[in-house]
Design a protein around this ligand. Structure first.
Ligand SMILES: [Zn+2]
Length: 351
């Protein structure tokens, strides 16, 4: 079968062995699979590696169609059913494979892959495969919001409006939390933030997101009162709690967010920075900031996110900015590096 293969630090389309389901597994055909920022990062790392690793196939954000049932399956869902799944496959003989990040099993940028029957979630409500494929990235935002302290009228600031930030915005809106303030240097990403429901959208090159956020923290109907402004200098409790979602994941961001945050704020770090980073502890100390890291999602949050997409509470349509077949995959990885051009590109291996 054809697949987009990571080989010697680059991406090539090639024929690879057909995957065979182990006990409890099904063979599926990916209908749509998103390219993730982490795929770009892993491609870059592979490009820099001195000795090339084994071939592997990316694709952990997918919706697929059941093709065939392997041994020892219950066959509760018929062939042809559209399904989503947590991006992992496991069996007694092969162990656990995190799909799209390991050579153990191929990810979704291929004509076929295997999934475990007991992890399959049928796509409800006639949701399209391309929107269902957004379940995985949107679940990341859903989980980050679940990890935040958002009681007592907390005001959220989302720093960075790539797919992670957009997923956080969508989750905040579903939960009725706001006003949502969002910041990104890219005009295209600010438009997407608006489309996903952000109430106040800020260009950090023009004005400080922390100042616009200050406005949002003023209690409704109230003029700016000293007890609201003073805490923003970082010294007194603020009238409304503040939560900053760091959705960029580059060195320096955590320090920047801590410096801008009001006293007592929670900083939820969702951006995946894979390099060493520095921050000045005294900044967090004097403000008694709470820093919470958040990654991935639970199985329950994943299923919940699929339901929100299927029932239209989360509209992922603005996020999908491109679709390619396997042959367009390598170019799509390059195109994704320009935030003005793209947010999420879907690979459709059947094309
Ligand atoms: Zn991802």
């Amino acid at each position: 079968m054809r697949a987009l293969v990571l080989r010697s630090g680059g991406l090539v389309v090639d024929d690879i062995a057909e995957p065979e389901p182990d006990a409890g597994q099904v063979l599926v055909a990916p209908r749509a699979a998103g390219i993730c920022g982490s795929d770009l990062h892993l491609l870059d790392l592979a490009g820099k590696a001195e000795t090339p690793g084994p071939d592997m196939v990316f694709g952990h954000e997918f919706c697929a169609e059941i093709v065939d049932h392997g041994p020892g399956t219950d066959r509760t869902l018929a062939a042809g059913t559209l399904v989503c799944s947590l991006p992992l496959a496991y069996s007694a003989s092969r162990g656990v494979a995190m799909l799209g990040t390991t050579p153990l099993r191929n990810g979704a940028f291929a004509e076929r892959m295997v999934l475990n029957e007991n992890l399959l979630l049928p796509v409800p409500n006639g949701l399209s495969a391309e929107l269902a494929a957004l379940t995985e990235p949107m679940a990341v935002g859903w989980h980050a919001v679940a990890m935040a302290r958002l009681d007592d009228g907390a005001v959220p600031l989302v720093v960075g409006c790539g797919p992670v930030g957009l997923a956080v915005i969508a989750a905040l809106k579903v939960r009725g939390i706001g006003p949502v303030v969002a910041a990104d240097f890219s005009p295209a990403r600010r438009r997407l933030a608006e489309a996903m429901g952000a109430d106040v959208v800020v260009d950090p090159a023009v004005e400080s997101p922390y100042e616009r956020w200050t406005d949002a923290l003023v209690p409704e109907g109230g003029a700016v009162q000293p007890e609201v402004v003073v805490p923003l200098l970082g010294w007194l409790p603020s009238s409304r709690p503040a939560v900053v979602f760091e959705c960029v994941g580059v060195p320096g961001l955590i320090q920047q967010v801590m410096a801008g945050a009001p006293r007592g704020a929670q900083v939820v770090v969702v951006g995946a920075c894979m390099e060493p980073d520095n921050f000045l502890p005294i900044v967090g100390l004097t403000k008694e900031l709470q820093v919470q890291f958040a990654v991935a999602y639970t199985a329950g949050e994943f299923a919940e996110t699929l339901r929100h997409l299927a029932e239209g509470r989360i509209d992922g349509t603005p996020l999908v900015t491109g679709r390619v077949g396997l042959d367009g995959g390598a170019q799509a990885f390059e195109d994704l590096r320009n935030p003005e051009a793209h947010a999420k590109i879907l690979v459709e291996p059947w094309r």
